[in-house]
Design a protein around this ligand. Structure first.
Ligand SMILES: [Zn+2]
Length: 294
């Protein structure tokens, strides 16, 4: 089987028979090494002949090469490729930001995808999680990941509108999955992620060799994103001991933080999700999200 370089950071493997099209993406945020390593290792395996597709098409994608180059989230500060896959992405002008242009370049591949798996990592500590819609079609794919936490975002709290790779693929009729492998500095899940993806491909009859024949039995905890805490012109600070890690629980009535001097009080029992390190804070953008158990 051959592996073809399609464009910068994109490789395509084609099996001998028709079958599903799968995109495996890493480095949508350039400082999240696990996904970058997973994509590179799949490309190496394909090159060496250690990954033989029996059917279908596999795209291996390094999402944001310029961000990967600078080991940062975006090509410049506060740029975010994973907020660019909007309805009008294909109509972006070529003089947009680098992220706009890259999203436009990748969008046709995602439109083609039956399945996309975009691998991310968090900037504060977090258990690994699957961020995607919770439907039987999605479960067919994510059940191969040894990960017990799922975060759905049916109201597009994360980006304010449909704008991530998984949301884009879902809207094009495929199944989009985002897998967060834990905190970005923790690169211990590279092998495990490769195995999970190999099992997905095997399950799709795209690979002869699966690693296991049955998905792991996992009791999953399901959460729904409920709101973003946006940074305003007023200073924000988390309450003492709060906002340190994803899925840190809070109870209704707890003070979560302060906007200026005003306490932000929890209206329900929930958890913090994706609290951002301070260098990613920007007025008008989230410092953290809140979620509730489903
Ligand atoms: Zn990311």
């Amino acid at each position: 089987m051959s592996i073809i370089s399609v464009t910068e950071g994109v490789w395509k493997c084609v099996g001998p028979k028709a079958g599903p099209t799968v995109c495996v993406i890493g480095g949508t945020h350039g400082n999240e090494q696990t996904g970058i390593e997973v994509v590179k290792r799949f490309a190496d395996m394909a090159e060496r002949g250690d990954l033989t597709l029996t059917s279908g098409v596999l795209y291996l994608i390094l999402g944001n090469p310029r961000a990967i180059e600078r080991d940062a989230r975006g090509s410049i500060d506060h740029q975010d490729l994973n907020r660019r896959f909007t309805d009008d992405v294909l109509h972006v002008l070529s003089d947009g930001t680098y992220e706009d242009v890259r999203a436009k370049e990748l969008a046709p591949l995602l439109v083609e995808a039956d399945i996309s798996i975009d691998i991310h990592a968090t900037n504060k500590p977090s258990v690994p999680l699957l961020a995607c819609a919770i439907t039987p079609r999605h479960e067919q794919i994510y059940r191969w990941f040894t990960c017990d936490t799922i975060l759905a975002d049916p109201d597009y709290v994360l980006g304010g509108r449909s704008c991530t790779t998984d949301e884009f693929v879902d809207r094009a009729g495929g199944v989009g999955i985002c897998y967060e492998s834990g905190q970005a500095s923790d690169q211990s899940r590279i092998d495990e992620t490769i195995i999970s993806i190999q099992n997905v491909l095997h399950d799709q009859q795209m690979l002869l060799d699966g690693v296991v024949s049955h998905p792991p039995f996992i009791h999953r905890q399901e959460f729904t994103l409920t709101q973003a805490i946006l940074l305003t012109e007023e200073e924000f600070r988390f309450a003492e001991g709060k906002g340190h890690f994803s899925f840190e629980p809070f109870a209704k009535g707890d003070v979560l933080g302060f906007e200026g001097n005003r306490p932000l009080i929890a209206l329900y029992d929930g958890v913090f999700v994706f609290p951002k390190v301070k260098e990613h804070w920007k007025v008008g953008s989230p410092v953290c999200y809140l979620a509730q158990r489903r």
